[in-house]
Write a protein that binds this ligand. Structure first.
Ligand code: AVI
Length: 335
């Protein structure tokens, strides 16, 4: 239980206005309709993350083959203090905070540097955000927490100027790798726009590496990634009254070396029809036809630094692991 004072220092705000809620109701399932009527078919990766999908993702992060999470954590463990020395006291804003597990490594460093500090976790899932905020408040007594429930877009357009000496927005886990080239570009522009001169941006990116390591990470031996991928169809069945039969789909993850990305597909194992009743959608899939469910782009440090610089985000230090598998790029806004 939190005390009265602790409760005052923990606030959760909902960013979605009634208007946007109505709008999103009107366009409900539109992205699925578009994705499943185009050729080749696609389903947006946001549909991975119902409760079951989020739990499966947590399991993926613990797999021995899935190196990104533990590698990024090892970099944070080693360099969090150096990062906090670079930025000094600042307001910490995390995009897609989830359970904030890795974030604790950063919070520990800021806690050591300064008694009182502020953390703004932003996530679409109110449940996870609230749960982890309460836990954090219990563990870091002097921490001020202001959680925002909403999408990155909403958060980035609605962030108010900070009263702290500076702000650092951070985006970990190489989630940026799941964006298309255009979304990646737009996202960085929005980050640059919201930061004031001298503010910081810390970006976690998964680096390019041999196909064998990449494909093992997305085709794990226990089949957790396969379950995560297939669960997307169960989610659609539930949400849109669908009839996808999971027994006739197979998980596939391949490394596209030309595009420097992992591509995840659901492969139809027979000719079949599907219906999503709630959104009035009927379609057919041929045997062997693939639905693209995710891209996970793998980065090159120099190219990423150039991209950041093109947005006036000057890279000040790159932190990496001994294998050069993952990088955390710390940059500063120059206006
Ligand atoms: C969330 N994102 C960074 C993960 C990735 O590696 O692209 C999602 C994932 N898909 C399969 N395994 C993990």
């Amino acid at each position: 239980m939190l005390t009265q004072l602790e409760t005052e220092q923990l606030k959760i705000e909902y960013l979605q206005s009634l208007e946007t809620r109505k709008e999103s109701k009107d366009s409900w399932g539109q992205d699925i309709k578009e994705g499943l009527t185009q050729c080749p078919k696609k389903i947006p990766s946001k549909y991975f993350y119902d409760d079951q999908g989020s739990q499966l993702f947590e399991k993926i992060c613990e797999l021995s083959e899935y190196y990104p999470t533990r590698t990024e954590a090892s970099i944070l463990r080693k360099y969090a203090e150096e990062i906090s020395d670079h930025t000094g006291i600042c307001e910490l804003v995390e995009l897609g905070s989830g359970s904030s597990t890795k974030t604790r490594l950063l919070l520990d460093a800021y806690h050591q540097q300064n008694e009182v500090f502020k953390y703004m976790p932003i996530d679409v899932s109110a449940g996870i955000l609230q749960e982890s905020a309460i836990q954090l408040k219990q563990d870091y007594n002097s921490l001020q927490i202001q959680g925002l429930v909403g999408t990155y877009e909403q958060a980035l357009t609605q962030l108010k100027p900070t009263s702290w000496p500076a702000r650092m927005i951070f985006f970990l886990g190489s989630s940026i790798g799941n964006f298309s080239e255009t979304d990646y570009d737009n996202f960085l522009s929005k980050i640059a726009k919201v930061l004031e001169n001298g503010d910081y941006f810390l970006l976690g990116v998964d680096l390019q590496k041999p196909k064998s390591i990449l494909e093992a990470a997305y085709n794990d031996s226990q089949g957790v990634t396969a379950a995560f991928n297939l669960n997307m169809l169960a989610h659609l069945n539930h949400k849109f009254e669908g009839n996808f039969d999971l027994n006739y789909f197979k998980h596939q993850a391949i490394s596209n070396e030309k595009k420097k990305q992992i591509e995840m597909y659901l492969l139809s194992e027979k000719d079949q029809e599907f219906t999503l009743k709630n959104i009035d959608l009927k379609g057919v899939l041929e045997k062997g036809e693939k639905i693209l469910t995710e891209i996970s782009r793998k980065f090159d440090v120099e190219e990423t630094q150039q991209k950041l610089e093109s947005k006036k985000l000057k890279s000040i230090k790159v932190f990496t692991d001994e294998n050069n598998w993952f990088a955390l790029i710390l940059c500063q806004a120059v206006k």
